[in-house]
Ligand binder design. Structure first.
Ligand code: HPA
Length: 265
Protein backbone atom coordinates (compact mmCIF):
# COMPACT_ATOMS: atom_id res chain seq x y z
CA UNK A 1 0.00 0.00 0.00
CA UNK A 2 2.86 2.34 0.88
CA UNK A 3 4.54 1.69 -2.49
CA UNK A 4 1.37 2.17 -4.52
CA UNK A 5 0.38 5.30 -2.58
CA UNK A 6 3.84 6.75 -3.24
CA UNK A 7 3.50 6.04 -6.96
CA UNK A 8 -0.09 7.36 -7.15
CA UNK A 9 1.09 10.63 -5.67
CA UNK A 10 3.61 10.97 -8.53
CA UNK A 11 1.32 9.91 -11.39
CA UNK A 12 -1.86 11.72 -10.34
CA UNK A 13 -4.85 10.52 -12.34
CA UNK A 14 -2.82 8.36 -14.75
CA UNK A 15 -4.41 4.95 -14.25
CA UNK A 16 -2.31 2.31 -16.01
CA UNK A 17 -4.22 -0.63 -17.51
CA UNK A 18 -1.33 -2.42 -19.24
CA UNK A 19 2.09 -3.18 -17.72
CA UNK A 20 5.17 -4.30 -19.62
CA UNK A 21 8.26 -5.78 -17.99
CA UNK A 22 11.19 -5.12 -20.32
CA UNK A 23 13.90 -7.76 -20.28
CA UNK A 24 17.63 -7.81 -21.06
CA UNK A 25 18.49 -5.56 -23.99
CA UNK A 26 14.81 -4.70 -24.56
CA UNK A 27 14.53 -1.74 -22.21
CA UNK A 28 14.92 0.84 -24.95
CA UNK A 29 11.20 0.89 -25.67
CA UNK A 30 10.76 2.96 -22.51
CA UNK A 31 13.43 5.51 -23.49
CA UNK A 32 11.00 7.16 -25.88
CA UNK A 33 8.53 7.95 -23.14
CA UNK A 34 10.21 9.61 -20.22
CA UNK A 35 7.51 12.09 -19.11
CA UNK A 36 6.84 10.22 -15.91
CA UNK A 37 9.72 8.01 -14.80
CA UNK A 38 10.25 6.86 -11.23
CA UNK A 39 13.54 5.12 -10.35
CA UNK A 40 12.96 1.93 -8.33
CA UNK A 41 15.42 3.27 -5.79
CA UNK A 42 12.92 6.01 -4.84
CA UNK A 43 9.93 3.71 -4.37
CA UNK A 44 9.43 2.37 -0.85
CA UNK A 45 9.69 -1.42 -0.87
CA UNK A 46 11.41 -1.69 -4.28
CA UNK A 47 14.98 -2.90 -4.75
CA UNK A 48 17.47 -1.36 -7.17
CA UNK A 49 18.27 -3.15 -10.43
CA UNK A 50 21.92 -4.13 -10.68
CA UNK A 51 22.30 -6.10 -13.94
CA UNK A 52 24.04 -4.65 -17.00
CA UNK A 53 21.51 -3.69 -19.68
CA UNK A 54 18.83 -2.91 -17.10
CA UNK A 55 17.94 0.61 -16.00
CA UNK A 56 15.68 0.17 -13.03
CA UNK A 57 12.71 2.50 -13.22
CA UNK A 58 8.97 2.65 -13.82
CA UNK A 59 8.00 4.61 -16.93
CA UNK A 60 4.39 5.71 -17.48
CA UNK A 61 3.17 6.57 -20.97
CA UNK A 62 0.14 6.95 -23.22
CA UNK A 63 0.78 4.51 -26.06
CA UNK A 64 -1.70 4.02 -28.88
CA UNK A 65 -4.46 5.41 -26.71
CA UNK A 66 -3.69 3.07 -23.81
CA UNK A 67 -2.33 3.87 -20.37
CA UNK A 68 0.85 1.87 -20.04
CA UNK A 69 3.40 1.38 -17.27
CA UNK A 70 6.77 -0.09 -18.19
CA UNK A 71 9.22 -1.70 -15.85
CA UNK A 72 12.52 -0.75 -17.43
CA UNK A 73 14.69 -3.44 -15.94
CA UNK A 74 13.88 -6.15 -13.43
CA UNK A 75 15.56 -7.79 -10.50
CA UNK A 76 16.61 -11.43 -10.63
CA UNK A 77 16.77 -14.34 -8.22
CA UNK A 78 20.46 -14.85 -9.05
CA UNK A 79 21.31 -11.42 -7.66
CA UNK A 80 20.55 -12.80 -4.22
CA UNK A 81 17.04 -11.42 -3.78
CA UNK A 82 14.21 -13.71 -2.72
CA UNK A 83 11.47 -14.57 -5.21
CA UNK A 84 9.12 -12.63 -2.93
CA UNK A 85 11.28 -9.53 -3.30
CA UNK A 86 11.63 -9.71 -7.06
CA UNK A 87 7.89 -10.19 -7.58
CA UNK A 88 6.86 -7.42 -5.18
CA UNK A 89 6.49 -4.87 -8.03
CA UNK A 90 3.91 -7.12 -9.72
CA UNK A 91 1.67 -6.85 -6.66
CA UNK A 92 2.14 -3.08 -6.67
CA UNK A 93 1.14 -2.94 -10.37
CA UNK A 94 -2.01 -4.84 -9.44
CA UNK A 95 -2.75 -2.26 -6.73
CA UNK A 96 -2.30 0.50 -9.34
CA UNK A 97 -5.16 -1.02 -11.35
CA UNK A 98 -3.21 -2.87 -14.05
CA UNK A 99 -5.29 -5.59 -15.77
CA UNK A 100 -2.88 -7.05 -18.33
CA UNK A 101 0.85 -7.61 -18.07
CA UNK A 102 3.32 -8.32 -20.86
CA UNK A 103 6.43 -10.09 -19.57
CA UNK A 104 9.48 -10.05 -21.85
CA UNK A 105 12.89 -11.62 -21.62
CA UNK A 106 15.97 -12.76 -23.47
CA UNK A 107 16.16 -16.54 -23.64
CA UNK A 108 18.29 -19.34 -25.01
CA UNK A 109 16.81 -21.61 -27.66
CA UNK A 110 16.20 -25.19 -26.59
CA UNK A 111 14.05 -25.96 -29.62
CA UNK A 112 16.52 -26.62 -32.44
CA UNK A 113 14.29 -24.98 -35.03
CA UNK A 114 14.68 -21.59 -33.29
CA UNK A 115 17.40 -19.13 -34.32
CA UNK A 116 18.92 -16.16 -32.50
CA UNK A 117 16.80 -13.09 -33.17
CA UNK A 118 13.53 -15.05 -33.23
CA UNK A 119 10.64 -13.91 -31.04
CA UNK A 120 8.70 -16.59 -29.15
CA UNK A 121 5.28 -16.25 -27.56
CA UNK A 122 5.25 -18.12 -24.26
CA UNK A 123 2.40 -20.65 -24.20
CA UNK A 124 3.30 -22.15 -20.82
CA UNK A 125 6.22 -22.43 -18.43
CA UNK A 126 8.21 -24.82 -16.28
CA UNK A 127 9.54 -23.59 -12.96
CA UNK A 128 12.99 -25.11 -12.34
CA UNK A 129 14.11 -22.38 -9.95
CA UNK A 130 13.62 -24.69 -7.00
CA UNK A 131 11.43 -22.14 -5.22
CA UNK A 132 8.01 -20.56 -5.53
CA UNK A 133 7.36 -16.82 -5.07
CA UNK A 134 4.12 -17.52 -3.17
CA UNK A 135 5.80 -19.41 -0.32
CA UNK A 136 4.99 -17.71 3.00
CA UNK A 137 1.86 -16.29 4.57
CA UNK A 138 -0.86 -15.73 1.99
CA UNK A 139 -2.34 -12.26 1.44
CA UNK A 140 -6.00 -13.14 0.89
CA UNK A 141 -6.70 -9.67 -0.51
CA UNK A 142 -4.50 -10.54 -3.54
CA UNK A 143 -5.27 -14.18 -4.27
CA UNK A 144 -5.93 -17.65 -2.92
CA UNK A 145 -3.53 -19.96 -1.09
CA UNK A 146 -3.48 -22.62 -3.82
CA UNK A 147 -3.95 -20.71 -7.07
CA UNK A 148 -4.75 -22.53 -10.31
CA UNK A 149 -2.05 -22.20 -13.00
CA UNK A 150 -3.82 -23.91 -15.91
CA UNK A 151 -3.84 -20.90 -18.23
CA UNK A 152 -1.35 -18.29 -17.08
CA UNK A 153 -0.62 -17.11 -20.62
CA UNK A 154 -4.10 -16.22 -21.83
CA UNK A 155 -5.23 -17.66 -25.14
CA UNK A 156 -7.01 -14.46 -26.20
CA UNK A 157 -3.77 -12.50 -25.73
CA UNK A 158 -1.81 -15.16 -27.64
CA UNK A 159 -4.32 -14.87 -30.48
CA UNK A 160 -3.97 -11.07 -30.55
CA UNK A 161 -0.17 -11.35 -30.53
CA UNK A 162 -0.19 -13.92 -33.35
CA UNK A 163 -2.46 -11.75 -35.50
CA UNK A 164 -0.31 -8.67 -34.82
CA UNK A 165 2.85 -10.58 -35.78
CA UNK A 166 1.21 -11.77 -38.99
CA UNK A 167 0.13 -8.22 -39.89
CA UNK A 168 3.71 -7.05 -39.40
CA UNK A 169 5.18 -9.96 -41.35
CA UNK A 170 7.03 -11.19 -38.29
CA UNK A 171 7.59 -14.93 -38.23
CA UNK A 172 6.66 -15.58 -34.62
CA UNK A 173 7.46 -18.80 -32.75
CA UNK A 174 5.63 -20.14 -29.75
CA UNK A 175 6.62 -22.51 -27.01
CA UNK A 176 7.30 -23.41 -23.41
CA UNK A 177 9.74 -21.31 -21.35
CA UNK A 178 11.75 -23.02 -18.65
CA UNK A 179 13.27 -20.91 -15.88
CA UNK A 180 16.47 -21.84 -14.06
CA UNK A 181 17.87 -19.77 -11.23
CA UNK A 182 21.11 -18.89 -13.07
CA UNK A 183 23.47 -17.09 -13.02
CA UNK A 184 25.42 -19.88 -14.71
CA UNK A 185 24.21 -20.75 -18.18
CA UNK A 186 23.16 -24.37 -18.80
CA UNK A 187 25.40 -27.30 -19.52
CA UNK A 188 24.73 -29.37 -22.65
CA UNK A 189 23.22 -32.10 -20.43
CA UNK A 190 20.89 -29.58 -18.79
CA UNK A 191 19.68 -28.42 -22.19
CA UNK A 192 19.00 -32.02 -23.24
CA UNK A 193 17.01 -32.39 -20.01
CA UNK A 194 15.06 -29.17 -20.72
CA UNK A 195 14.23 -30.55 -24.18
CA UNK A 196 13.03 -33.84 -22.67
CA UNK A 197 10.90 -31.82 -20.24
CA UNK A 198 9.19 -30.19 -23.21
CA UNK A 199 10.84 -26.77 -23.04
CA UNK A 200 11.51 -24.65 -26.13
CA UNK A 201 13.45 -21.84 -24.49
CA UNK A 202 15.37 -21.34 -21.29
CA UNK A 203 16.03 -18.28 -19.15
CA UNK A 204 16.46 -16.87 -15.66
CA UNK A 205 13.37 -14.70 -15.16
CA UNK A 206 9.67 -14.25 -15.98
CA UNK A 207 8.33 -17.41 -14.29
CA UNK A 208 8.16 -15.95 -10.75
CA UNK A 209 6.48 -12.81 -12.12
CA UNK A 210 4.04 -14.87 -14.19
CA UNK A 211 3.07 -16.97 -11.15
CA UNK A 212 2.42 -13.90 -9.00
CA UNK A 213 0.63 -12.03 -11.79
CA UNK A 214 -1.70 -14.98 -12.43
CA UNK A 215 -2.21 -15.45 -8.70
CA UNK A 216 -3.45 -11.89 -8.28
CA UNK A 217 -5.69 -11.99 -11.35
CA UNK A 218 -3.60 -10.25 -14.00
CA UNK A 219 -3.82 -11.53 -17.56
CA UNK A 220 -0.35 -12.48 -18.77
CA UNK A 221 1.29 -12.38 -22.18
CA UNK A 222 4.90 -13.57 -22.36
CA UNK A 223 7.38 -12.86 -25.15
CA UNK A 224 10.92 -14.23 -25.33
CA UNK A 225 13.57 -12.79 -27.57
CA UNK A 226 15.74 -15.76 -28.53
CA UNK A 227 19.25 -14.44 -28.02
CA UNK A 228 21.30 -17.56 -28.49
CA UNK A 229 21.22 -21.27 -29.10
CA UNK A 230 21.37 -22.62 -25.55
CA UNK A 231 24.48 -24.63 -24.77
CA UNK A 232 25.13 -27.55 -27.09
CA UNK A 233 28.08 -29.93 -27.28
CA UNK A 234 30.69 -28.52 -29.66
CA UNK A 235 28.91 -25.14 -29.73
CA UNK A 236 30.64 -21.84 -29.05
CA UNK A 237 30.85 -20.43 -25.53
CA UNK A 238 28.01 -18.11 -24.49
CA UNK A 239 28.42 -14.67 -22.95
CA UNK A 240 26.10 -12.00 -21.56
CA UNK A 241 27.50 -9.64 -24.22
CA UNK A 242 26.25 -11.98 -26.95
CA UNK A 243 22.81 -12.06 -25.32
CA UNK A 244 22.63 -8.25 -25.22
CA UNK A 245 24.00 -7.93 -28.77
CA UNK A 246 21.38 -10.23 -30.29
CA UNK A 247 18.49 -8.69 -28.39
CA UNK A 248 19.75 -5.31 -29.60
CA UNK A 249 19.45 -6.56 -33.17
CA UNK A 250 15.95 -7.89 -32.60
CA UNK A 251 14.71 -4.85 -30.72
CA UNK A 252 13.23 -3.01 -33.74
CA UNK A 253 11.03 -6.00 -34.54
CA UNK A 254 10.27 -6.44 -30.86
CA UNK A 255 9.24 -2.81 -30.45
CA UNK A 256 6.97 -2.91 -33.51
CA UNK A 257 5.26 -6.02 -32.22
CA UNK A 258 4.74 -4.66 -28.71
CA UNK A 259 3.23 -1.40 -30.02
CA UNK A 260 0.88 -3.31 -32.33
CA UNK A 261 -0.19 -5.59 -29.48
CA UNK A 262 -0.88 -2.63 -27.17
CA UNK A 263 -3.13 -1.16 -29.87
CA UNK A 264 -5.17 -4.35 -30.03
CA UNK A 265 -5.44 -5.32 -26.37
N1 HPA B 1 20.21 -19.66 -20.68
C1 HPA B 1 19.64 -19.05 -19.63
N2 HPA B 1 19.28 -17.78 -19.66
C2 HPA B 1 19.46 -17.09 -20.79
C3 HPA B 1 20.04 -17.67 -21.92
C4 HPA B 1 20.43 -19.04 -21.87
O1 HPA B 1 20.95 -19.63 -22.83
N3 HPA B 1 20.07 -16.71 -22.88
C5 HPA B 1 19.53 -15.59 -22.34
N4 HPA B 1 19.16 -15.82 -21.06
Amino acid sequence: MESSEFIKEKIGNFNPEIAIVLGSGLGELADEYTDIAIPYAEIPGFIKSTVKGHKGRLVFADIAGKKVVMMQGRNHFYEGHTLGEITYPIKVLKKLGVKTIILTNAAGAVNESFAPGDLMLITDHINCMGQNPLIGANDDTLGERFPDMTEIYKQDLLNIAKTCAKNLNINIKQGVYLANSGPSYETPAEIRMARLFGADAVGMSTVPEAIVANYCGLKVLGISCISNAASKAGGTALSHEEVIETTNKAKVKFKELILEIIKHI
